[in-house]
Design a protein around this ligand. Structure first.
Ligand SMILES: [Zn+2]
Length: 83
């Protein structure tokens, strides 16, 4: 189940939808500041639970509590004639 968005561009309308065949990718980066940023990275994961597990493990080891989380999805654009 993907997110669908419509946008009108000149004489076209374009529909974008998340590609159901492409798994979203989750990643966390530790941005806890001490002398320098930790910058430990979870690497790419395909489930948010895996990401949470990584964060929990890193937090347990280091006590670090600030993370930058990103989710990457693939979106397909379908152009159509203006109606
Ligand atoms: Zn850290």
């Amino acid at each position: 189940m993907g997110k669908t968005t419509r946008y009108r561009f000149r004489e076209y309308h374009v529909t974008t939808a998340t590609d159901p065949m492409a798994l979203p990718t989750f990643k966390a980066l530790c941005v806890t500041s001490e002398e320098r940023n930790c910058a430990a990275s979870s690497g790419e994961m395909h489930a948010p639970e895996e990401l949470t597990r990584w964060i929990a493990g890193h937090c347990a080891q280091t006590g670090h509590q600030s993370y930058e989380q990103t989710m990457r999805t693939v979106v397909r654009a379908e152009p159509g004639a203006w109606q």
